[in-house]
Every structure is written in C-alpha cells, then in structure tokens.
Design a protein. Structure first.
Length: 118
C-alpha cells in the first residue's frame, strides 16, 4: 500500500469511527415528546397502544409508515386545528399543540417523530 493510500484509509477509518460516536442529528427525544404530549393533554384522547377517542399512536405510525408526507401531515394536523373524526362519527377541531416558547417547530417535530416511531 502506498503512503497516500494508507493516509486516505486511515482518514476514512477515523471519520467512520467518529460518526459512530456522534448521536444522530434527528434522534427523537422521547422524554421531551412524552412531556409535551402530557402538557397538551394528548394522552386524554390518545394512548400508545390502545384506541381511545383518538387512534392509538401505534395505529397512526402504521397508517403513515413509508409515506413521505407523514411528518408534514401530522405537523399540520396538530398545529392547525383541522377537524378530527371520532369513532361515533362526529367531528371536532383537533386541539392545537402549544409549546414553550410558542410555535417551537423543533418540539413539534420531535413529538411527531416520536408518534411515527411507535
């Protein structure tokens, strides 16, 4: 192996090792997502595994699995107050998720990514 090739190989190995030590930039903060859901009373209508008035988060994740627009659709749903359909057929405006500071998209995205990860 030539000296340059050895240097390139070493540099690639070091880079790859470094990347493994750095957490993923888009890792879901489950604790923060659960706290935001609790703060907004999301768990009054939703549960992770069982349907309540709203669908279980596992069911939501299954519905949107593999869909490129999943995150955008759920963000729109929880920030716009669009109509939600209930098992008995009636519709109500979905509660708008509030964050502190207001309209913090990082918190909203984290919540949605947590839901989609169920």
């Amino acid at each position: 192996m030539t000296h340059s090739l050895k240097m390139i190989s070493s540099a690639l190995l070091i880079s790859a090792s470094w990347m493994l030590m750095v957490p993923a930039a888009h890792a879901v903060d489950e604790e923060a997502a659960r706290a935001l859901a609790k703060q907004n009373n999301c768990l009054k209508c939703h549960a992770i595994e069982k349907d309540k008035d709203g669908p279980a988060y596992k069911k939501v994740a299954e519905k949107y699995k593999g869909k490129a627009t999943a995150e955008a659709h759920l963000i729109e749903h929880i920030t716009s107050g669009e109509k939600a359909k209930f098992p008995d057929g009636h519709e109500e405006e979905h509660k708008i998720v509030k964050t502190s500071p207001p309209k913090d998209m990082a918190q909203i995205k984290n919540l949605v990514q947590w839901i989609l990860a169920q």
